[in-house]
Each structure stands twice: as structure tokens, then as C-alpha cells.
Ligand binder design. Structure first.
Ligand SMILES: Cc1cc2nc3c(=O)[nH]c(=O)nc-3n(C[C@H](O)[C@H](O)[C@H](O)COP(=O)(O)O)c2cc1C
Length: 307
């Protein structure tokens, strides 16, 4: 029987629900032996977050600084036909628990020579996070065979408001009864089982035959052109802020809390004032650089890794 390893971490359970739905066509007919490793950061990240805690994970997310993970409960036999890495995005980077796993000796053992499928559950900005994951997989000797992304349906600004409400209160209901429910829509999570059918068929033959274009044809990856421009711009500013805050100490350090607080106000201004301006600027850039953007869209929708 084919063996599948799922490596995952989820605060609210959303990503776990997504993975469960994707794997439903496999579990329903016992098509594979599935082992799940749930990453457990030490100490655990809070959920819901306080505003200060939410901003304090920013510098290390961007810098790719790992946290401590509880020892992984690994099975004796380390060989898997497929490893599924299920992660969420924190500040345009893979969440710290997933970045920590990817830097561990266990990841090297598990991924070397192994086909890997990535599953992302995020708001809407995942392009540069996936580039980092692609690079890790490549360096660890794994082979990325597929990528599935589930994000919020809400527009960018509405999504920021609803996700902030959810993350800071733990409540997944409609803010003031007006906004949409935060996070990935339940119907989208349920419908994710369609990807599992494709994975099951490929796994029965050879998982390396999994075709991203077949997955994309049923909506596995949708690349929003303007986000290519946004993410690259934001990341440059994030790198500066991350270095600036880290100069005053590591996670939770008292000495850096003023700078963390300033970053929070920067985020507010960026969302309320800069994001609408950037949207207009991106529209102009999209028109001027149509061919270049189209090439970039095709790249981000694929599993290729540019040097
Ligand atoms: C600290 C933090 C930063 C986040 N940054 C982003 C981001 O840059 N892009 C994005 O699409 N989603 C972002 N999200 C949303 C998460 O990717 C994810 O959708 C949410 O945390 C739910 O994941 P869960 O399964 O762990 O509960 C962020 C969430 C947190 C907690």
C-alpha cells in the first residue's frame, strides 16, 4: 500500500480541515496508509493573539528564524511515497512552525528523494512564501509535484479586516453582522476533495506523474497578477522592519516592544492609506508590463524554481 506522510500545523483547525477534505477520496477507500505529524512549537503560539503577540512574530517570520519544536513522533520506517506539507502564511512567509520543520534534520531525512505536495491555507498572499518552500524542498533533495492553495473569497481590504478580527478574538463569525465570515469558505473546504481524486489517481500510478496543470484546471492555484507586484514591494519593506526590530532582541524581548508597536501602526497606515494607492499603481504597472506579468503568472502557477 502507498504511504503518505502529512506534516501540518494549524491554530484554528482550518488547515487541518482543508487537508482532511483533500484526503477524503483516499481515506474513504483506504487508498493509502496516511501518517500525520502535527508540529508543536515550544512554547505554543497563542490563539487568539493579542495585538502585540501578533506583531511580535513578524520579525522572525520574515527572517526565517526557527522556533523550538517538540520532538517529532516519527514512524520507524522513514520512506514515504508522498509527503504533504500543509502550511499557512505569516507575513508573506511560511509560518514559523513550518519554517522550523524545513530547517530540521528530520525534514532532511523525510524529504530527500521524496515527492512533495504543498497545501496552503491562507488569506490571499502566498506567492513569496511558496518560493521559500520551493527552495527548501529543492535544497533538501525533495521533488515538488503539486501545490494546492485555498484562500479567502473576500477582497483584499475586507479580508484584512475579517482575518484580524478572527485572529485577535478567536471568533469566526461575521464582524458586526456585516462583514463576511473570516477565513476559507466552508464550501471551498468541502469542495477541496476534488483535488484528492486527482492525487489518488496519480498515486496509484506514480505520484511523479501528478500534473500541476490538471490540478490548476480545477482551481488548485490561481495567481492574482497584482499580488505579484504587491508582495515583492511589501517584502522589501518587511525586510527593513524585521532587521530594525531584531536589532533590539529576540522573540518577546522587552527591549524591542516599542519597535514592534511602531510596526503595528505602520501596518495600519499601510492597510488604510498605502494599499489603495498601491492598487492603483499596480493597475498601471499591469498595463505597462503585460508580457512580463503574464510570464510571472505562469511561473507562480507552476512548481518550477527560478535560480
Ligand atoms: C501572524 C499571522 C500573519 C499572517 N499573515 C498572512 C499573510 O501574509 N498572507 C496571508 O495570505 N495570510 C496571512 N495570515 C493568515 C494565515 O495564513 C491563515 O489563513 C490563518 O492564520 C488561519 O490558519 P490556521 O489554519 O493556522 O488557523 C496570517 C496569520 C497570522 C496569524
Amino acid at each position: 500500500m502507498k504511504k503518505v506522510l502529512v506534516v501540518q500545523y494549524s491554530q484554528s483547525g482550518q488547515l487541518t480541515d482543508i487537508v482532511t477534505s483533500i484526503l477524503e477520496p483516499l481515506t474513504a477507500v483506504n487508498a493509502a496508509r496516511i501518517t500525520t505529524i502535527t508540529l508543536s512549537p515550544q512554547p505554543a503560539y497563542p490563539f487568539p493573539w493579542s495585538t502585540q503577540e501578533f506583531c511580535d512574530v513578524f520579525p522572525e517570520s520574515v527572517a526565517g528564524e526557527p522556533c523550538s519544536l517538540a520532538p517529532l513522533d516519527l514512524p520507524e520506517d522513514h520512506h514515504f511515497d508522498l509527503v504533504i506539507l500543509a502550511y499557512q502564511v505569516w507575513y508573506l512567509a511560511p509560518s514559523i512552525p513550518m519554517q522550523s520543520f524545513l530547517q530540521s534534520a528530520a525534514a532532511e531525512r523525510l524529504l530527500k528523494g521524496t515527492p512533495v505536495l504543498t497545501v496552503i491555507g491562507c488569506r490571499n498572499m502566498w506567492l513569496l512564501a511558496q518560493e521559500r518552500v520551493k527552495r527548501h524542498i529543492h535544497q533538501l533533495g525533495g521533488h515538488l509535484v503539486g501545490n494546492i492553495v485555498l484562500g479567502d473569497r473576500a477582497s483584499n481590504l475586507v479580508g484584512v479586516a475579517t482575518i484580524a478580527y478572527w485572529m485577535l478574538t478567536g471568533r469566526k463569525d461575521r464582524l458586526w453582522g456585516v462583514f463576511p465570515r473570516p477565513g476559507v469558505d466552508d464550501a471551498d473546504i468541502r469542495a477541496a476533495s476534488r483535488f484528492g481524486l486527482i492525487i489518488r489517481r496519480a498515486l496509484q500510478r506514480d505520484i511523479r506523474s501528478l500534473d500541476q496543470q490538471v490540478l490548476n484546471a480545477v482551481g488548485a492555484v490561481r495567481v492574482e497578477p497584482s499580488y505579484i507586484i504587491f508582495e515583492k514591494r511589501i517584502q522589501k519593506i518587511f525586510n527593513i522592519w524585521s532587521r530594525f526590530i531584531r536589532k533590539k532582541g529576540g522573540p518577546g524581548a522587552l527591549a524591542r516592544q516599542r519597535r514592534v508597536g511602531c510596526f503595528f501602526y505602520y501596518l495600519l497606515v499601510a492597510i488604510v492609506v498605502l494599499a489603495p494607492l498601491a492598487t492603483v499603481a499596480a493597475k498601471v504597472t499591469l498595463r505597462l508590463r503585460k508580457a512580463r506579468i503574464e510570464k510571472a503568472v505562469a511561473y507562480f502557477a507552476s512548481n518550477r524554481l527560478e535560480p
